[in-house]
Design a protein around this ligand. Structure first.
Ligand code: ZN
Length: 288
């Protein structure tokens, strides 16, 4: 082929064709994935509450054919359809048996933030002000870290000292179809040193009350008085269609409670109790 003009024309025709072939190859490879069935549970729908899909094979090559609120729709080799969490498919690390959290989406809500400081404590010795917003964020971050370590997908309404409106908080749970929404606060009595203890609030009976009960049971191990569960007409609970609770983790304007609230040991203990209760809740909600 000595004709340069013909060579050019041939190259012009072939280059797009080759590019298209490469692109098709990349795209089809992206939509195929191998599922380790010991690490990823497949379900009949996009959520923890759907029934498990029974299986024999240890691993399976599947095709991703869709996605709904962070669950993949998968075409299996036997031409049936199943669902799995996106974060589990992308990170197929094995999780301990009975760890329902690995399939759960949890929204953690650190109360207040930014210009909304929440309740305040004033210590006699330094006259320094301690704000509720600081401690809700500390606990929220700790809980998020521990939940993620168990494989859960965690969304936070805030991760820094910033203002987030009440309206925007439950929206995070709505959009993600979260399995649980947990809001953290600290209480305050009209006069200092008059209140003490922890409370788990619920509004709806859509799993919220059950979650509050499990949380309160877990709180029995905390060093502050357990005030049990209560009905609470809070915006973040009322305007929330997902299971939602609000935890008051002690009275910030009580010297006795604040000594605990500010200690890392107490914050760690609270976070461990929250994770245990949410895991138990997810176990009970999970489709078998
Ligand atoms: Zn508060």
């Amino acid at each position: 082929m000595n004709n340069p003009a013909l060579k050019r024309r041939l190259a012009l025709c072939l280059t797009p064709l080759l590019l298209a072939l490469v692109l098709i190859g990349i795209l089809s490879a992206q939509h195929r994935v191998t599922i380790n069935r010991q690490a990823v549970t497949l379900r009949t729908g996009p959520g923890l509450t759907y029934a498990k899909v029974k299986h024999q094979a240890k691993s399976e090559r599947v095709r991703i054919i869709g996605q709904r609120h962070d669950w993949y729709k998968l075409a299996l080799s036997d031409h049936t359809v199943a669902w799995a969490p996106v974060w589990r498919v992308n990170h197929q690390t094995k999780v301990a048996n009975g760890n329902a959290l690995s399939e759960a989406t949890i929204v953690i809500d650190a109360g207040h933030g930014g210009s909304d400081v929440g309740a305040e404590a004033v210590t006699d010795s330094t006259k320094a002000k301690y704000m509720e917003k600081t401690y809700t964020l500390k606990v929220a971050k700790l809980v998020a870290k521990k939940l993620r370590a168990k494989g859960a997908r965690v969304l936070m309404t805030r991760t820094a000292d910033q203002y987030v409106s009440l309206k925007d908080r439950p929206k995070v749970a709505e959009r993600a179809k979260a399995d649980a929404f947990i809001s953290f606060h600290f209480n305050s009595s009209p006069n200092a040193n008059e209140g003490s203890g922890v409370t788990a609030y619920y509004y709806h009976h859509n799993g919220s009350k059950q979650l509050a009960k499990l949380m309160s049971k877990a709180f029995a191990a905390l060093p502050l008085t357990n005030l049990g569960t209560k009905f609470g007409d809070f915006y973040v609970l009322r305007e929330n269609s997902q299971p939602a609770i609000l935890c008051e983790l002690g009275y910030i304007n009580s010297k006795h409670d604040f000594k605990k609230i500010r200690s890392t040991a107490y914050q760690e203990q609270v976070a461990d109790r929250v994770v245990a209760a949410v895991n138990r809740f997810c176990q009970l909600r999970a489709g078998k």
